[in-house]
Write a protein that binds this ligand. Structure first.
Ligand SMILES: [Zn+2]
Length: 349
């Protein structure tokens, strides 16, 4: 009996959601708590809950941004974030490694990886899973420094087929958890686009696509979520390239960050906020591979960077422009399936 009532409720909820795009609950698969200039994660949590309720974001995946080296004042990882998922298990899940595995990879030259290092890396990765991590993230391959992200936003780059990244793919596959990956892709060597500064970025960017494809091919059971599609700094992820990559790599997924629309076809939205035709066709061609990932940094006073009110609005805007079934997949169902999430019922408010 209870099951039948619950079933009817779910049907009713899904029906309402289909009729009313604003009612579709979202899952934000990529967000952070701000640690600069200081960490006050309990205050960040309160702000995040408020914002999530206001925007009907049912669940968020919380993770540290990727780090190239250890700075005690800002460094954090799953241990510091778990409290959010413990306090609100139906609203948050946590990924780990952004403040530990990333540093180990960046600080170890590929040729220096020996058995002891592999053991140490595996131990940390398995600890993250044991603590309840639903995936590894935010990891990085190449992370360009963006002026909009403030003076502390570093440039960092590691080979995409670094032996520790290959090992991480194996560990992720063994535990059946995804890897959230920041990867500013360079298809072939190219000069740094003029909107970015050198230093800290190199004046010449070196090709890294082929190495990323080796990582994807290394273990097909490792699912990699390539974050920030639809708004990225070097304008290399156009629909054509994304199609090629999704076709070639069945274990590749992506999450949309949509801070602004713009004139380039690497941006999923027009300046007006309208979804570009090429992008709609792309999502339709790969309906189970796209998710949302705001990249919002929640500070005690609100979202400090990574996303903006416009960026958050645009996530909803994207969903509203998709056909109903596809809207549900991108809004929540793909994330739910991939990360094995159990989001709660809609909030009362
Ligand atoms: Zn990122």
């Amino acid at each position: 009996m209870l099951n039948r009532v619950l079933g009817a409720l779910v049907l009713c909820w899904a029906g309402m959601a289909q009729a009313q795009p604003a009612a579709i609950p979202l899952v934000d698969t990529h967000m952070h708590f701000e640690s600069v200039p200081q960490m006050n994660f309990h205050a960040s949590l309160a702000i995040a809950i408020k914002e999530m309720n206001r925007r009907n974001i049912r669940m968020s995946l919380l993770m540290s941004p990727p780090r190239a080296s250890f700075y005690a004042s800002i460094n954090h990882d799953i241990e510091d974030l778990l409290f959010a998922a413990q306090a609100h298990p139906d609203r948050f899940a946590v990924l780990g490694g952004g403040g530990s595995l990333t540093i180990m990879i960046n600080e170890t030259r590929p040729e220096a990886v020996d058995e002891a290092m592999r053991q140490k890396f595996r131990q940390r990765a398995e600890r993250i899973i044991a603590l309840g991590g639903v995936g590894f993230g935010e990891m990085f391959i190449q992370h360009l420094s963006l002026p909009a992200m403030g003076p502390g936003h570093a440039y960092s780059s590691v080979p995409a087929d670094h032996p520790l990244l290959l090992l991480l793919a194996d560990i992720a596959a063994e535990h059946d958890v995804p890897i959230d990956m920041h990867f500013d892709m360079v298809p072939q060597d190219m000069p740094l686009p003029p909107i970015l500064k050198s230093p800290p970025n190199p004046a010449q960017l070196q090709a890294n696509r082929a190495a990323f494809e080796r990582l994807l091919a290394h273990n097909r059971k490792a699912r990699i979520v390539w974050s920030h599609v639809g708004f990225e700094p070097i304008n290399t992820r156009n629909p054509q390239v994304v199609t090629e990559m999704l076709q070639a790599h069945p274990n590749l997924y992506m999450s949309f960050r949509l801070n602004r629309g713009g004139p380039r076809n690497t941006m999923a939205l027009e300046p007006s906020g309208q979804l570009r035709g090429g992008w709609l066709a792309l999502v339709q061609a790969f309906p189970d591979r796209f998710m949302l990932g705001s990249d919002a940094f929640y500070a005690p006073t609100g979202i400090s960077r990574g996303s903006s009110a416009e960026g958050m609005d645009n996530l909803r805007g994207l969903i509203e422009q998709l056909p109903p079934e596809l809207a549900l997949q991108v809004a929540s169902e793909n994330a739910r399936r991939l990360y094995k999430l159990k989001p709660g019922q809609p909030a009362a408010n």
